[in-house]
Design a protein around this ligand. Sequence first.
Ligand SMILES: Cc1cc2nc3c(=O)[nH]c(=O)nc-3n(C[C@H](O)[C@H](O)[C@H](O)COP(=O)(O)OP(=O)(O)OC[C@H]3O[C@@H](n4cnc5c(N)ncnc54)[C@H](O)[C@@H]3O)c2cc1C
Length: 374
Amino acid sequence: MDSSAGTESVEQFRARAGAWLAEHRGDAPRDYGAILPPGLAAEGRRWQETLFDAGFAGITWPVEHGGQGLSPDHGGAWITECALAQVPPFLNMVGCVLTGGAVMAFGTPEQQAEHLRPILTGERIWCQLFSEPDAGSDLASLSTRAVRDGDEWVVDGQKVWCSNGRVADRGILMARTDADARPHKGISFFLIDMASPGVELRPLRQMNGDAEFDEVFLSEVRLPADALLGPLNEGWMVGMSALTNERGYIGASGISLKRRLDSMLALGGDLDALDQQELAELWIRGTALWAMGRRQGPVASVLGSVAKLGTTELMFDTALLRSSLAGPEAMLDGDAAYGLTSAPGARIAGGTSQIQRNIIGERILGLPKEPKPT
Ligand SMILES: Cc1cc2nc3c(=O)[nH]c(=O)nc-3n(C[C@H](O)[C@H](O)[C@H](O)COP(=O)(O)OP(=O)(O)OC[C@H]3O[C@@H](n4cnc5c(N)ncnc54)[C@H](O)[C@@H]3O)c2cc1C
């Protein structure tokens, strides 16, 4: 890697990254977005190794943990250049964004030394064990328990919708450690080895035909004391910081959507006036989101909810238009049908569109809090 990278301007970095990607994009798996499909895990690991060796892993992470020590603007430039080159910017979002962010913010020096570098080298894939059959939007009602037993924690419960769980080496887990506390209190945040005895995964099939999620059953899973990340019973704070990072990243990925819309514009001349109008409307929304994303960068803040909502709703509307343009073919196997059946998931993952609207209403616009029925 160029040793002058530490003093490199964003534009110099962008040019260097773009040139490197032009040469190496053939080594990358297809751009799979935020969620690593289990079938691409081996290719994804190799790509992450290549990025690490070339000095393009962990653009904003500290050098001591294997990162490049560059600014959030450099990080944004990397994501943009990868979107333009149509390659994944890293192996998996749960490892590189959620876990990395949480371990850097809340981990002890020992936890940071143990967990951060293997994320960047591609050695360890991470999954997220938050949602449960009775706890999704209302995550604070989760009931998986972790009970202290001597030097260990014993975990029992069930998680669901665990993306790429089957190929994950480690997981970030939220579990209840004080059953008597109020729902948001008494939750702790753990780092779990997915090979631990008592962890059982069962794939779930989606309507697009893929099986990217797993149900995860945890039966008397024993975790060492240092599996706890952050303060005991304060896991809500750690989890919310991880989810804010996730939304910030999903919102920043609007750039790849803009690229898709640009390529749809090429169809414009062949469309009737109504479809042209719809395409123009989507393109304008996409361009506004892209400009907002560029201004904000992949920085975690409550504004991530605006970007996440805007991006995933636009993805959904774009998939609807693509399938409408494909006509009856959209009902058969193929890209349009796959896009149509995949699109609703993005509106749900990382907190549903309705939940983002609640956050925007309450925390950005200052509207009254929604009433709690109970
Ligand atoms: C593609 C994808 C990947 C995912 N990956 C993971 C993962 O790796 N790990 C993980 O832990 N989870 C994952 N999830 C789960 C995801 O976080 C949950 O599906 C999501 O939080 C919603 O929870 P739920 O499915 O239980 O729906 P519910 O919370 O039951 O919601 C049902 C409906 O009610 C609406 N609703 C609920 N509460 C409110 C409210 N207060 N105001 C207005 N409307 C409301 C919701 O918007 C939704 O439309 C993933 C989901 C998807 C689709």
